[in-house]
Design a protein around this ligand. Structure first.
Ligand SMILES: C[S@@+](CC[C@H](N)C(=O)[O-])C[C@H]1O[C@@H](n2cnc3c(N)ncnc32)[C@H](O)[C@@H]1O
Length: 258
């Protein structure tokens, strides 16, 4: 957390202490120049996703929302209803079996519960409080998305940097399709070396939380087969993490439903 002024003069001490204990995924800029530094700063990239500037009256679903950088941005653009979905508990993450065992040996059940409370949900809830936001936060696996669990379909569904973490990205795309009323924006890591071949590279042994790196052509086909029409390539760019551990070629695809 960096700030030209003492954060405790802006937010209650308890809020600041809780914020300092969290491993932030997203970087946020709050009032009075207070910056929360996360692993990914999406501020320079947000224009590449192709979100409409004005979302007045629309409903929006942000799937795999993490700390909510996009949820809060989409609310700021006037959406009538924004729902942010992330895993109910980290135990539901599609970890590779070896990584799951490694984590079980490394962390006690109490430590895992603390992680869920702080890193998985806590950052989002703290930001929601600081921003006075009305975004709804729902613990739901992407594989379980269904209109009846979320109060209907959404005009705009966004799914950013999640497919790489799924063993079955096609099943997830089908679920995204089920809850899309009009438009779905998918941003994800792709494999440039595969060119235009509709292929995916298996990377499930890489770091325990990544499974497949598809070509853009593969993603387009999967989206079409999942039931999206008018699938378009909106942008490609490189997403680099603060630690430089991740340098991810990222594609943004837009899909409509007829
Ligand atoms: C890499 S972050 C991406 C955050 C944000 N969407 C973005 O584009 O910056 C992936 C998020 O998806 C969540 N996630 C992972 N597996 C999930 C699943 N099966 N269902 C729902 N969310 C999941 C993680 O907990 C994490 O918050």
């Amino acid at each position: 957390m960096s700030s030209p002024v003492d954060p405790e003069t802006i937010y209650p001490r308890q809020w600041v202490e809780r914020a300092r204990r969290i491993n932030w995924y997203h970087t946020f800029e709050l009032d009075h120049g207070l910056v929360i530094e996360g692993e990914f700063d999406l501020r320079p990239h947000v224009h590449r996703y192709g979100f409409p500037d004005d979302l007045t009256g629309l409903s929006v679903l942000d799937v795999g929302a993490s700390n909510g950088f996009f949820s809060f941005e989409l609310e700021r653009r006037g959406a009538r209803r924004v729902v942010a979905v992330d895993l109910p508990t980290i135990a539901e993450h599609d970890f590779t079996p070896a990584f799951r065992e490694e984590r079980a040996a490394q962390f006690s059940p109490e430590e895992r519960a603390r992680h869920d409370e702080s890193d998985l949900h806590g950052g989002f809830l703290l930001l929601k409080e600081a921003l006075g936001s009305r975004v709804e936060h729902v613990g739901l696996n992407v594989y379980d998305l269904a209109p009846e669990r979320l109060g209907g379909r959404f005009d705009l569904v966004f799914c950013g940097s999640l497919l790489i973490h799924l063993s079955d990205p096609f099943r997830a795309l089908q679920r995204l399709r089920l809850v899309t009323g009009d438009r779905c924006i998918v941003a994800t890591v792709y494999e440039p070396a595969l060119g235009e071949a509709p292929d995916m590279r298996f990377v499930g042994a890489w770091d325990g939380i990544a499974w497949w790196k598809p070509s853009i052509a593969c993603l387009e086909r999967m989206m079409r087969v999942a039931g999206f029409t008018e699938v378009t390539r909106h942008a490609t760019f490189e997403l680099v993490s603060r630690s430089k551990r991740h340098v991810d070629p990222t594609v943004v695809l837009h899909g409509r439903v007829a």
